[in-house]
Design a protein around this ligand. Structure first.
Ligand code: 5GP
Ligand code: ZN
Length: 148
């Protein structure tokens, strides 16, 4: 299903241009218009989903597999030493385009990219364990009820 006003649906359909790198029945990959490094690209599902939580498992798996292959190709093509796979899910996570997309960002030594990161320690081991238990319970309930 496509969303009429979605820029990534239009790229996937070919109605607006992009430097496409790969496509198959489930996903499309193309160069990001504002690359953090040369080769920075995006892997998207062909169908329109806002959130990764809505994406069928087969499609999510394909997105990851294609991103890994693109990362490997980019390590050869732009002689990257590594790459980041980043998916911003939701505005609070920095998602701007409301069609789920997995960034593949080739990394070069001392390229200056700094991923925002800071550690916030748990209050104590009990607080950590309680949170882990809550997540395990939530996963179990989701698996039972078939919801995210
Ligand atoms: P987000 O912040 O949502 O994770 O990232 C959206 C990404 O989409 C940005 O890196 C941005 O440069 C890229 N982008 C936005 N509009 C276009 C477009 O029209 N074409 C291409 N190729 N990339 C786009
Ligand atoms: Zn879309």
């Amino acid at each position: 299903m496509k969303a009429i006003h979605c820029i990534f649906c239009k790229i996937s359909a070919g109605t607006i241009p992009a430097a496409k790198l790969f496509e198959d029945d489930l996903v499309t990959a193309f160069l990001d218009i504002a690359p953090l490094n040369p080769g920075h690209c995006l892997v998207i599902p062909k169908a329109h989903f806002h959130s990764i939580t809505e994406v069928p498992e087969a499609t999510a798996g394909r997105m990851t597999a294609v991103a890994a292959k693109l990362g490997a190709a980019l390590m050869r093509v732009v002689e990257a030493d590594g790459f980041n796979l980043i998916l911003a899910n939701g505005a609070a996570a920095g998602q701007v385009v409301p069609h789920v997309h997995l960034h593949v960002i080739p990394r070069l030594p001392a390229d200056g990219i700094q991923l925002p990161a800071r550690a916030i320690p748990y209050k104590d081991a009990a607080a950590r364990d309680a949170l882990a238990e809550a997540v395990r319970n939530r996963l179990a309930a989701s698996a039972k009820n078939g919801v995210a």
